[in-house]
Design a protein around this ligand. Structure first.
Ligand code: UD1
Length: 427
């Protein structure tokens, strides 16, 4: 396998315009949701990222006809789908493949699914997904030895389900199954993330009745059959936030187009608190955000929360930004355990970061990070290291960029168009 990395000659002010791609987290839910229809769905504004490509291959393995040759558009014809056993390595290597649980159970009332790698029951459990499927009447069995979940039901019947934790994945997964259950399902304490709303809108386009997405309670009236439709995915909230942070971190002036500004309110607020200017606009075609930074950032505190709070997926990138702030910032991660793998890499660049406890980092700002060889451990850690490399003096080599490829479309060319010196290297 070829090893690739990003070589960044840092310290260049980002300036210009960048256009945001379709949302990864909406795409990886809407692609499997499309199989509920049993007809043809045409999805537009999909990002060219590894996770979308992987889902195409997974659907094909199941017997779905997928045409994904035309730019950002995918045609999914699931009439030919017969196989409800999704057990390949492609399935277990992508976490979002758990959406096949709700989609296949909803349509066929049975599914066998390889779970995402590692011990899924430990660090990132799916107990709330399973609780939801059981409440709809499914028998669910977890085979921890083989790392497989099996679910089947005579029929699915609407139910009232209260989630014990606010989970994006569980909210969407149960919504998928419930959209084909008999009667009404009421989901409480649900996630309100933009992509939850996007999936609900997509289900409604297929003929489902999903109400309340974006609030704490979602009501779904199931339908025996859904139909094909066309749908355009929303812009990516996390890619938008990454470019906003990169603009501020490089003392830049960047117009970020094709965004939904309300999705970005927590990020805009925190960047403004740190001294950046964030201007919302509408050029008649697209909404945009312009981020301008002219001074060393002030230290700020960050606490990650479910939407509309500050997204955990931007905790890592904003930490890289705050490494060069004027003062001490506290960063408190409340959504995931152990989401601080980027800290030791930032330290290699000179960052002064101490862990107060396992979920809180204290970042003492230094005048500037310096280039180093650093290693991404996951997708958003990779984004954090890119921000750090762009802001740092000297050359930074970001390794393990296959993680970054999972979620950022055309990253190199988008950054270079803003004046960054980034090259994808391979040996
Ligand atoms: C999704 C996003 C991910 C983002 C995360 C939080 C996708 C594909 N991924 O991940 O980018 O970081 O939301 O915004 O959309 N939990 C349980 N039991 C469950 C499910 C979750 O305890 O059954 C816990 C998790 O361990 C975590 C919290 O709930 O502490 C939130 O996780 P969740 O919202 O489910 O994250 P994902 O859907 O996996």
């Amino acid at each position: 396998m070829q090893k690739e990395w990003y070589e960044i000659k840092g310290g260049k002010r980002l300036e210009g315009t960048v256009t945001i791609s379709g949302a990864k987290n909406a795409s990886v839910a809407i692609i499997p949701a499309a199989v509920l229809a049993g007809e043809t769905c045409v999805l537009e504004n999909l990002p060219h990222i590894q996770d979308v490509q992987s889902f195409k291959e997974i659907l094909e393995e199941l017997g779905v006809t997928v045409d994904y040759t035309d730019g950002d558009c995918m045609r999914i014809d699931s009439r030919t789908l017969k196989n409800t056993k999704a057990l390949s390595e492609a399935v277990s290597s992508m976490r979002a493949s758990y959406y096949l649980l709700g989609a296949l159970l909803g349509r066929f009332h049975e599914v066998e699914l390889a779970l995402p790698g590692g011990c899924v029951i430990g660090a990132r459990p799916i107990d709330q997904h399973i609780k939801g499927m059981r409440a709809l009447g499914a028998e669910v069995e977890l085979d921890c030895e083989k790392n497989i979940v099996r679910a089947k039901a005579q029929k699915l019947v609407g139910a009232e389900i209260y989630f014990d934790v606010v989970s994006v994945g569980a909210t969407i997964n149960v919504m998928l199954a419930a959209s084909m259950a008999e009667g009404t399902t009421v989901l409480s304490n649900v996630a309100k993330e933009p992509h939850v709303v996007d999936v609900a809108n997509f289900l409604n386009m297929m003929g489902a009745t999903v109400k309340g997405a974006g609030t704490d309670v979602i009501r779904i009236t199931g339908k025996p059959k859904l139909h094909g439709c066309g749908y355009a995915i929303i812009p990516d909230q996390i890619e938008t936030g990454t470019f906003m942070i990169a603009a501020a971190a490089t003392m830049g002036d960047v117009i970020i187009k094709n965004v939904i500004p309300t999705h970005m309110e927590s990020v805009s607020a925190k960047l403004m608190e740190s001294g950046a200017r964030v201007i919302e606009g509408d050029d008649g075609r697209d909404f945009y955000l312009r981020v301008i930074m002219n001074e060393r950032p002030r230290a700020i505190n960050i606490k990650t929360l479910p939407y509309p709070g500050f997204p955990t997926d931007l905790q890592q990138p904003i930490m890289a930004y705050l490494c060069a702030s004027n003062g001490v910032s506290a960063i408190n991660e409340t959504i995931f355990e152990n989401r601080f793998n980027h800290v030791k890499e930032l330290r290699r660049m000179g960052a002064s970061i101490s862990m107060k406890d396992s979920n809180t980092a204290k970042v003492k700002g230094i005048p500037s990070l310096r280039g180093a060889d650093i290693y991404a451990s996951d997708l958003r850690a990779g984004a954090s290291l890119m921000v750090a490399g762009l802001a740092a003096s000297g050359t930074t080599n970001v390794h393990n960029i296959h993680f970054i490829d999972r979620g950022y479309e055309f990253l190199e060319s988008k950054l270079c168009a803003l004046g960054a010196e980034v090259k994808r290297r391979e040996k």
